[in-house]
Ligand binder design. Structure first.
Ligand SMILES: Cc1cc2nc3c(=O)[nH]c(=O)nc-3n(C[C@H](O)[C@H](O)[C@H](O)COP(=O)(O)O)c2cc1C
Length: 212
């Protein structure tokens, strides 16, 4: 894999919905999971768990659950004015069962503070200890030429997904991403400029030339 620069990665990492059918090499998966586990976590407790799904039958089952959940929540038929953001999510929903691989990123609550065995888990308690790992994973995937997309809609039927993948009670699912080589070139993120969101010294002062 050719090394590409850090800012080239940042400026071309967006959600991928169309994948080539080529399988994802185990080496590449290990590289991106290694990057994920370099992320910070509260007290360095490293509560992450990654479920790599490559078995086509399992991908089909998870993909079908994803599709049905997405359609139930986002609408079975597109509205006439459906925009490209929702349209691409809809495309993925219809094709999630055919992606070459998936990673389900989870948190094991026994590796976070405040969990007593047998108690129900407090969802999102350790969110700040997982999202940096998710972003590391996505950036590393882009760096080795692999596409991803952050999805959460499975949460509406999380119990079924957990049963399918034999995930124990103390493990919370956080994010499901497809993984594979993109069928189209990576594109730059469509975002408003940082200057619109940045204040200097006091909230709302957008003037970066004010004396410091
Ligand atoms: C919290 C969160 C939940 C998301 N859930 C879904 C989802 O369920 N399905 C999906 O296709 N995309 C999902 N997305 C992807 C966003 O739609 C996407 O990041 C956004 O439109 C920007 O797209 P881009 O990065 O490709 O430019 C989610 C993103 C976030 C941050």
């Amino acid at each position: 894999v050719d090394d590409i620069g850090f800012f080239e990665v940042i400026n071309s990492q967006t959600g991928v919905t169309r994948y080539k059918p080529d399988p994802v090499p185990v080496d590449a998966i290990e590289t991106i999971l290694d990057a994920a586990t370099k992320a910070p976590s509260g007290a360095n407790l490293q509560p992450w768990e990654f479920i790599v799904i490559t078995d086509p039958d399992m991908i089909r089952q998870v993909g079908e659950l994803y599709r049905e959940t997405w359609l139930d929540h986002m609408g079975r038929e597109p509205e006439p004015d459906e925009g490209s953001v929702k349209g691409s999510a809809r495309y993925l929903a219809h094709h999630m069962s055919e992606v070459p691989a998936m990673i389900l990123i989870c948190i094991d609550h026994t590796r976070g503070y405040g969990y007593k065995p047998g108690n129900p888990i407090v969802r999102d308690r350790h969110g700040a200890s997982i999202w940096p790992a998710v972003q590391n994973l996505f950036l590393a995937a882009r760096a080795v030429g692999l596409g991803t997309r952050l999805t959460r809609v499975h949460m509406h039927r999380e119990a079924e997904l957990k049963a399918m993948l034999k995930i124990p009670d103390q493990v919370e699912t956080v994010c499901l991403t497809p993984l594979g080589y993109p069928a189209q070139p990576f594109r730059p993120p469509r975002r408003r400029p940082a200057s619109e969101f940045t204040s200097y010294d006091v909230f709302g002062n957008r003037d970066n030339s004010s004396p410091g």
